[in-house]
Design a protein around this ligand. Structure first.
Ligand code: BES
Ligand code: MN
Ligand code: ZN
Length: 497
């Protein structure tokens, strides 16, 4: 897709189709007024007739509007004159999806920009590209016949942009394109079924990325090398599976960056049956999404490499299946982590923290400026926050706040939960240093408290994306979250340090 911007009036556009906003009560936006004038009052006449009221969610296709070069106009209801980020995003997505069903090749859009503290021309352009690409995403389905007709749309432009801000807006477009590429890579990986997206498949994808980008060094540890690192917790999860585990390391190095990298750790459970503590069958298929943290790390690496950010970033992905079987870990088994701490595994379904704790320990050797892990870690986080916010827990409030604020700017929101010492005390074990579970209460936080035992002395934040990263039901699929948040975070880190 080619993205562009325009500086003049929408009425002058030579695009085949124009998308224009109308507010509640038939209030024309400035761009709509320009079309109305040019067409001799065509828009105000139809609004007077009561054909369109500009309610949030409404759209109306017009063809043959007099005196316009464009053969089609799509009116988009923008609701109240102050447009929220969420509504604006829905409007952009609905409009582009409607256009994508036509034979339109070139499109120009003028919608009232959303509210938001930092909503300047840069962020507006970036958000616009992200929303458009989200709306145009097509799942890499495995249907024998492609159900969706080929996309005809080739070029989109938005505006009008003030001439003085064109450079900023162009930078926003470039960053939006990279963010969208990261999101697409993430969604393509996360949507794959467990029999295709195995740990070996993820390792191959990492090697492929390494070939595409010279600044990226990729190394894969196999089972013997994982054993040599004494990752007893990680190995206890994979031992019931016939699929070999992999530990993926991707190092992006920029000559212009401060040495200490940001380390991103992604949970890569390619399928989570629960192991011997087997899950209920209802919706168990969704546990193919249990490698979404890993997919998000792939996406973030894509963004960083595409933008050539002056920031060092290291990706660590422990990846395996969690299966029952005669060799599987049993409740009560005690294993030793790479850090040397012993863990009593009371529930084999609390496996994410077991693979992550060994990866977090591995992160120490990089002397990182920050460590962020991403994981579909707990159902309890979904109970706490629903699907709207990613959960953040950290041993460093400044880092947590940085992530929350990136989530606000990117409209990919996150919420910090408390991580005080009481939660860690709940993990007591009679036999080992601690247990891997602590009962139902505060489950998202006790999971983080488990990880916190391995991150002392590191600047660390944990992102529980169990609720935000995929949707079930009729729209089942990966949402690509939190790539937009991470993109904002990484760009800002690259600029500030
Ligand atoms: N992958 C799940 C968490 C999950 C649940 C993600 C629902 C998305 C939707 C994780 O491995 C898990 O099973 N966690 C357990 C922990 C419990 C045994 C302490 C859970 O949340 O039930
Ligand atoms: Mn589990
Ligand atoms: Zn899991």
């Amino acid at each position: 897709m080619k993205f562009d911007l325009f500086t003049g009036s929408l009425a002058q556009s030579s695009a085949e189709c124009l998308v224009v906003g109308v507010h509640e009560g038939g209030q024309l936006t400035a761009a709509a007024v320009s079309l109305d004038r040019k067409s001799g009052g065509a828009l105000s006449r139809l609004i007077k007739r009561g054909d369109f009221s500009g309610r949030q969610g409404d759209m109306l296709w017009l063809t043959g509007v007099p005196k316009l070069k464009a053969a089609r106009v799509l009116l988009v209801g923008q609701g109240a004159s102050a447009v929220s980020r969420r509504h604006w995003r829905k409007q952009v997505i609905a409009a582009v999806q409607s256009v994508a069903k036509t034979r339109v090749k070139t499109l120009a859009m003028a919608l009232t920009r959303p509210e938001g503290r930092d909503m300047d021309d840069y962020l507006h352009a970036r958000s616009w590209v992200e929303a458009i690409e989200y709306g145009l995403y097509r799942v890499n389905h495995l249907k024998s016949k492609d159900p969706s007709p080929k996309l005809v749309l080739e070029k989109l432009s938005f505006g009008p942009v003030d001439r003085r801000h064109v450079a900023k807006a162009r930078r926003g477009i470039a960053h939006g394109v990279a963010s969208a590429q990261g999101s697409q890579l993430m969604r393509n990986l996360a949507n794959l079924p467990g029999n295709v997206c195995t740990p070996s498949h993820l390792a191959e994808q990492a090697l492929r990325l390494g070939q595409d980008y010279p600044a990226l060094k990729v190394r894969i540890l196999d089972e013997a090398e994982i054993r040599a690192e004494n990752m007893g917790c990680f190995l206890s999860v994979t031992q019931g599976s016939a699929q070999p585990p992999k530990f993926i390391i991707m190092e992006y190095r920029s000559p212009k960056a401060a040495r200490a990298p940001v380390v991103l750790v992604g949970k890569g459970i390619t399928f989570d049956t629960g192991g011997i503590s087997l899950k209920d069958p209802g919706a168990m298929d969704e546990m193919k999404f249990d490698m979404s943290g890993a997919a998000a790390v792939f996406g973030a690496i894509k963004v960083v490499t595409e933008l050539n950010l002056s920031l060092n970033v290291t990706a660590l992905i422990p990846t395996c299946e969690n299966m029952p079987g005669s060799r599987a870990t049993k409740p009560g088994d005690i294993v030793t982590s790479a850090a040397g701490l012993t863990v009593e595994i009371l529930n084999t379904d609390a496996e994410g923290r077991l693979i992550l704790c060994d990866a977090l320990h591995y992160a120490r050797r990089y002397k990182p400026q920050a460590v962020i892990d991403l994981a579909t870690l707990t159902g309890a986080c979904v109970i706490a926050l629903g699907h709207h916010h990613t959960g953040i827990m950290a041993n460093d409030d400044a880092l947590a706040e940085e992530l929350v604020s990136s989530g606000l700017r990117a409209d990919d929101r996150a919420w910090q939960l408390p991580l005080t010492e009481e939660y860690g005390e709940q993990l007591r074990s009679n036999f080992a240093d601690f247990a891997n579970v602590a009962g139902r209460d505060g489950g998202a936080i006790t999971a983080a408290a488990f990880l916190a035992k391995f991150t002392e002395g590191l600047r660390w934040a944990h992102m529980d994306i169990a609720g935000s990263t995929y949707v079930g039901g009729a729209q089942k699929g990966s949402t690509g979250r939190p790539i937009a948040l991470l993109t904002d975070f990484l760009i800002r880190r690259a600029r500030n340090r």
